[in-house]
Design a protein around this ligand. Structure first.
Ligand code: HEC
Ligand code: HEC
Length: 213
Protein backbone atom coordinates (compact mmCIF):
# COMPACT_ATOMS: atom_id res chain seq x y z
CA UNK A 1 0.00 0.00 0.00
CA UNK A 2 2.75 2.37 1.05
CA UNK A 3 4.68 1.54 -2.12
CA UNK A 4 1.69 2.18 -4.34
CA UNK A 5 1.11 5.58 -2.74
CA UNK A 6 4.70 6.59 -3.16
CA UNK A 7 4.92 5.61 -6.80
CA UNK A 8 1.70 7.46 -7.47
CA UNK A 9 3.28 10.55 -5.90
CA UNK A 10 6.42 10.15 -8.01
CA UNK A 11 4.31 9.75 -11.11
CA UNK A 12 2.40 12.92 -10.24
CA UNK A 13 5.64 14.86 -9.78
CA UNK A 14 7.12 13.46 -12.99
CA UNK A 15 4.10 14.37 -15.07
CA UNK A 16 3.96 17.79 -13.44
CA UNK A 17 7.53 18.67 -14.36
CA UNK A 18 7.12 17.21 -17.84
CA UNK A 19 4.02 19.38 -18.17
CA UNK A 20 6.22 22.43 -17.79
CA UNK A 21 7.53 22.05 -21.30
CA UNK A 22 6.22 18.81 -22.80
CA UNK A 23 2.89 17.05 -22.71
CA UNK A 24 2.78 13.56 -21.20
CA UNK A 25 2.90 12.08 -24.70
CA UNK A 26 6.23 13.87 -25.31
CA UNK A 27 4.78 16.43 -27.72
CA UNK A 28 5.84 20.07 -27.25
CA UNK A 29 3.44 21.90 -24.95
CA UNK A 30 2.18 24.76 -27.10
CA UNK A 31 -0.38 25.87 -24.50
CA UNK A 32 2.46 26.36 -22.02
CA UNK A 33 4.44 28.19 -24.70
CA UNK A 34 1.66 30.76 -25.07
CA UNK A 35 2.08 31.58 -21.35
CA UNK A 36 5.84 31.92 -21.84
CA UNK A 37 5.18 34.26 -24.75
CA UNK A 38 2.97 36.50 -22.59
CA UNK A 39 5.59 36.60 -19.84
CA UNK A 40 8.84 36.68 -21.80
CA UNK A 41 8.38 37.54 -25.46
CA UNK A 42 5.29 39.68 -26.12
CA UNK A 43 6.82 42.94 -24.87
CA UNK A 44 9.22 42.89 -27.82
CA UNK A 45 7.77 40.55 -30.46
CA UNK A 46 4.05 41.15 -29.81
CA UNK A 47 1.64 38.59 -28.33
CA UNK A 48 1.13 37.11 -31.81
CA UNK A 49 4.71 37.52 -33.07
CA UNK A 50 3.96 40.76 -34.92
CA UNK A 51 6.37 43.25 -33.40
CA UNK A 52 5.19 46.83 -32.94
CA UNK A 53 8.69 48.29 -33.26
CA UNK A 54 11.35 48.07 -36.00
CA UNK A 55 13.88 47.49 -33.22
CA UNK A 56 12.52 43.94 -32.85
CA UNK A 57 11.83 41.50 -35.69
CA UNK A 58 8.39 40.07 -36.34
CA UNK A 59 8.51 36.30 -35.95
CA UNK A 60 4.89 35.35 -36.75
CA UNK A 61 4.68 32.69 -39.43
CA UNK A 62 8.39 31.81 -39.40
CA UNK A 63 9.08 28.08 -39.86
CA UNK A 64 8.97 26.40 -36.42
CA UNK A 65 12.37 24.79 -37.01
CA UNK A 66 13.90 28.15 -37.92
CA UNK A 67 12.66 29.78 -34.70
CA UNK A 68 13.85 26.87 -32.56
CA UNK A 69 17.18 26.87 -34.37
CA UNK A 70 17.73 30.60 -33.82
CA UNK A 71 16.87 30.29 -30.12
CA UNK A 72 19.44 27.50 -29.85
CA UNK A 73 21.96 29.66 -31.73
CA UNK A 74 21.41 32.55 -29.29
CA UNK A 75 21.70 30.22 -26.30
CA UNK A 76 24.85 28.58 -27.63
CA UNK A 77 26.50 31.87 -28.65
CA UNK A 78 26.46 30.87 -32.33
CA UNK A 79 24.37 33.99 -33.05
CA UNK A 80 25.36 36.97 -30.95
CA UNK A 81 22.78 39.23 -29.40
CA UNK A 82 23.02 40.08 -25.68
CA UNK A 83 19.25 40.53 -25.20
CA UNK A 84 18.24 37.28 -26.88
CA UNK A 85 21.16 35.38 -25.32
CA UNK A 86 19.87 36.28 -21.84
CA UNK A 87 16.35 35.20 -22.70
CA UNK A 88 17.31 32.00 -24.52
CA UNK A 89 19.51 30.99 -21.57
CA UNK A 90 16.34 30.49 -19.50
CA UNK A 91 14.69 28.18 -22.06
CA UNK A 92 14.97 24.39 -22.30
CA UNK A 93 15.14 22.70 -25.70
CA UNK A 94 11.50 21.59 -25.24
CA UNK A 95 10.51 25.20 -24.52
CA UNK A 96 12.29 26.28 -27.70
CA UNK A 97 10.51 23.61 -29.74
CA UNK A 98 7.11 24.60 -28.35
CA UNK A 99 7.81 28.34 -28.90
CA UNK A 100 8.77 27.57 -32.50
CA UNK A 101 5.46 25.83 -33.10
CA UNK A 102 3.51 28.61 -31.36
CA UNK A 103 5.00 31.42 -33.46
CA UNK A 104 4.87 29.42 -36.71
CA UNK A 105 1.10 29.20 -36.24
CA UNK A 106 0.64 32.98 -35.90
CA UNK A 107 -0.40 35.09 -38.86
CA UNK A 108 2.15 37.66 -40.10
CA UNK A 109 0.70 41.15 -40.62
CA UNK A 110 3.43 42.61 -42.84
CA UNK A 111 4.67 46.12 -43.52
CA UNK A 112 4.44 48.68 -46.28
CA UNK A 113 7.60 49.71 -48.16
CA UNK A 114 8.22 53.33 -47.19
CA UNK A 115 10.45 54.21 -50.16
CA UNK A 116 8.83 52.86 -53.36
CA UNK A 117 11.65 54.02 -55.68
CA UNK A 118 14.29 52.26 -53.61
CA UNK A 119 12.01 49.21 -53.33
CA UNK A 120 11.77 49.04 -57.12
CA UNK A 121 15.54 48.74 -57.50
CA UNK A 122 15.47 46.15 -54.70
CA UNK A 123 12.93 44.16 -56.66
CA UNK A 124 15.50 43.59 -59.45
CA UNK A 125 17.98 42.08 -57.02
CA UNK A 126 15.31 40.08 -55.25
CA UNK A 127 14.07 38.50 -58.45
CA UNK A 128 17.20 38.36 -60.57
CA UNK A 129 20.22 38.90 -58.32
CA UNK A 130 23.28 40.69 -59.65
CA UNK A 131 24.98 38.69 -62.39
CA UNK A 132 28.14 40.81 -62.48
CA UNK A 133 28.93 40.35 -58.77
CA UNK A 134 27.44 36.88 -58.31
CA UNK A 135 24.61 37.83 -55.94
CA UNK A 136 21.91 35.17 -56.42
CA UNK A 137 18.20 35.96 -56.66
CA UNK A 138 16.73 36.06 -53.18
CA UNK A 139 13.51 34.57 -54.54
CA UNK A 140 15.33 31.28 -55.24
CA UNK A 141 15.42 30.45 -51.53
CA UNK A 142 12.99 32.86 -49.88
CA UNK A 143 10.39 32.46 -52.71
CA UNK A 144 8.91 35.28 -54.82
CA UNK A 145 6.48 36.29 -52.05
CA UNK A 146 9.17 36.14 -49.36
CA UNK A 147 7.37 33.43 -47.38
CA UNK A 148 10.45 31.22 -47.14
CA UNK A 149 10.70 27.43 -47.45
CA UNK A 150 10.46 25.46 -44.20
CA UNK A 151 12.42 24.24 -42.43
CA UNK A 152 15.57 25.98 -43.58
CA UNK A 153 14.72 29.21 -45.38
CA UNK A 154 13.06 31.87 -43.23
CA UNK A 155 10.22 34.17 -44.16
CA UNK A 156 11.54 37.65 -44.93
CA UNK A 157 8.48 39.14 -46.68
CA UNK A 158 6.76 41.77 -44.55
CA UNK A 159 9.68 42.08 -42.14
CA UNK A 160 10.85 45.51 -40.95
CA UNK A 161 13.30 46.95 -43.49
CA UNK A 162 15.52 48.12 -40.61
CA UNK A 163 15.87 44.56 -39.31
CA UNK A 164 16.45 43.02 -42.76
CA UNK A 165 19.15 45.59 -43.50
CA UNK A 166 20.78 45.11 -40.08
CA UNK A 167 20.91 41.33 -40.58
CA UNK A 168 22.39 41.65 -44.09
CA UNK A 169 25.06 43.93 -42.64
CA UNK A 170 25.75 41.49 -39.81
CA UNK A 171 26.04 38.60 -42.28
CA UNK A 172 28.35 40.65 -44.51
CA UNK A 173 30.54 41.66 -41.55
CA UNK A 174 30.82 38.00 -40.50
CA UNK A 175 29.01 38.76 -37.22
CA UNK A 176 26.24 36.31 -38.08
CA UNK A 177 26.70 33.03 -39.91
CA UNK A 178 30.47 32.74 -39.67
CA UNK A 179 30.71 30.70 -36.49
CA UNK A 180 34.33 29.98 -35.53
CA UNK A 181 33.62 26.28 -35.03
CA UNK A 182 31.48 26.19 -38.18
CA UNK A 183 28.31 25.33 -36.24
CA UNK A 184 26.08 27.57 -38.35
CA UNK A 185 25.76 25.96 -41.79
CA UNK A 186 22.52 27.80 -42.65
CA UNK A 187 23.85 31.17 -41.52
CA UNK A 188 27.00 30.62 -43.56
CA UNK A 189 24.96 30.26 -46.76
CA UNK A 190 23.50 33.71 -46.16
CA UNK A 191 26.80 35.23 -45.01
CA UNK A 192 28.46 34.20 -48.27
CA UNK A 193 25.66 35.88 -50.24
CA UNK A 194 25.67 39.11 -48.20
CA UNK A 195 29.45 39.32 -48.61
CA UNK A 196 28.87 40.05 -52.30
CA UNK A 197 26.27 42.77 -51.76
CA UNK A 198 26.87 46.51 -51.85
CA UNK A 199 25.56 48.90 -49.23
CA UNK A 200 23.01 50.25 -51.71
CA UNK A 201 21.83 46.76 -52.70
CA UNK A 202 21.29 45.81 -49.07
CA UNK A 203 19.23 48.93 -48.44
CA UNK A 204 17.21 48.52 -51.64
CA UNK A 205 16.40 44.86 -51.15
CA UNK A 206 15.48 45.46 -47.48
CA UNK A 207 13.04 48.12 -48.62
CA UNK A 208 11.50 45.78 -51.22
CA UNK A 209 11.25 42.83 -48.84
CA UNK A 210 9.37 44.87 -46.21
CA UNK A 211 6.51 45.49 -48.64
CA UNK A 212 6.23 41.86 -49.82
CA UNK A 213 3.17 39.89 -48.82
C1 HEC B 1 13.77 42.93 -24.88
C2 HEC B 1 13.27 42.58 -26.20
C3 HEC B 1 13.12 41.11 -26.55
C4 HEC B 1 12.47 40.12 -25.86
C5 HEC B 1 11.81 40.21 -24.49
C6 HEC B 1 12.53 38.93 -26.70
N1 HEC B 1 13.20 39.21 -27.87
FE1 HEC B 1 13.56 37.92 -29.40
N2 HEC B 1 14.63 39.35 -30.36
C7 HEC B 1 14.83 40.63 -29.92
C8 HEC B 1 15.72 41.33 -30.83
C9 HEC B 1 16.20 42.76 -30.70
C10 HEC B 1 16.06 40.40 -31.84
C11 HEC B 1 17.01 40.62 -33.03
C12 HEC B 1 18.37 40.12 -32.63
C13 HEC B 1 19.43 40.38 -33.67
O1 HEC B 1 19.51 41.52 -34.16
O2 HEC B 1 20.18 39.44 -33.98
C14 HEC B 1 15.35 39.17 -31.51
C15 HEC B 1 15.42 38.02 -32.29
C16 HEC B 1 14.66 36.88 -32.06
C17 HEC B 1 14.58 35.75 -32.93
C18 HEC B 1 15.27 35.60 -34.28
C19 HEC B 1 14.34 36.15 -35.34
C20 HEC B 1 14.81 35.95 -36.74
O3 HEC B 1 14.06 36.32 -37.65
O4 HEC B 1 15.89 35.41 -36.96
C21 HEC B 1 13.74 34.85 -32.36
C22 HEC B 1 13.34 33.49 -32.92
C23 HEC B 1 13.30 35.41 -31.10
N3 HEC B 1 13.87 36.66 -30.95
C24 HEC B 1 12.44 34.78 -30.23
C25 HEC B 1 12.10 35.29 -28.98
C26 HEC B 1 11.31 34.56 -28.02
C27 HEC B 1 10.74 33.16 -28.24
C28 HEC B 1 11.20 35.35 -26.91
C29 HEC B 1 10.55 35.02 -25.58
C30 HEC B 1 10.95 33.76 -24.97
C31 HEC B 1 11.90 36.60 -27.21
N4 HEC B 1 12.44 36.50 -28.46
C32 HEC B 1 11.99 37.70 -26.36
C33 HEC B 1 14.26 41.21 -28.80
C34 HEC B 1 13.57 40.53 -27.81
C1 HEC C 1 20.84 29.78 -51.44
C2 HEC C 1 19.70 30.15 -50.65
C3 HEC C 1 19.54 31.61 -50.25
C4 HEC C 1 19.50 32.71 -51.09
C5 HEC C 1 19.66 32.75 -52.59
C6 HEC C 1 19.25 33.84 -50.22
N1 HEC C 1 19.13 33.43 -48.93
FE1 HEC C 1 18.69 34.64 -47.34
N2 HEC C 1 18.85 33.04 -46.08
C7 HEC C 1 19.14 31.76 -46.48
C8 HEC C 1 19.21 30.91 -45.31
C9 HEC C 1 19.53 29.43 -45.27
C10 HEC C 1 18.91 31.74 -44.20
C11 HEC C 1 18.81 31.33 -42.73
C12 HEC C 1 20.10 31.59 -42.02
C13 HEC C 1 20.07 31.12 -40.59
O1 HEC C 1 19.51 30.03 -40.34
O2 HEC C 1 20.60 31.84 -39.74
C14 HEC C 1 18.70 33.07 -44.72
C15 HEC C 1 18.42 34.18 -43.94
C16 HEC C 1 18.19 35.44 -44.42
C17 HEC C 1 17.88 36.60 -43.62
C18 HEC C 1 17.71 36.62 -42.10
C19 HEC C 1 16.25 36.47 -41.77
C20 HEC C 1 15.94 36.69 -40.32
O3 HEC C 1 14.74 36.59 -39.99
O4 HEC C 1 16.83 36.94 -39.51
C21 HEC C 1 17.74 37.66 -44.46
C22 HEC C 1 17.41 39.08 -44.08
C23 HEC C 1 17.97 37.17 -45.79
N3 HEC C 1 18.24 35.81 -45.75
C24 HEC C 1 17.91 37.95 -46.93
C25 HEC C 1 18.23 37.51 -48.21
C26 HEC C 1 18.31 38.37 -49.36
C27 HEC C 1 18.02 39.85 -49.35
C28 HEC C 1 18.69 37.60 -50.41
C29 HEC C 1 18.98 38.01 -51.84
C30 HEC C 1 20.05 38.97 -52.03
C31 HEC C 1 18.82 36.23 -49.91
N4 HEC C 1 18.52 36.22 -48.57
C32 HEC C 1 19.16 35.13 -50.69
C33 HEC C 1 19.33 31.31 -47.76
C34 HEC C 1 19.34 32.09 -48.90
Amino acid sequence: MKFVLRSAAILAIASFSAGASENIDGKPNVAKASQTVAQLCSACHGADGNSASPANPSIAGQPAEYITGQLMNFKGGVRNNPVMAGIAATLSSEDMRALGIFFSQQKPKGQVAKDPALALSGQKIYRGGNLSTGVPACAACHLPGGVGIPPRYPRIGGQYAEYVYAQLKAFKAGERGMDKEDKDANGKVMAQIAAKMSEREMQAVAQYVSGLR
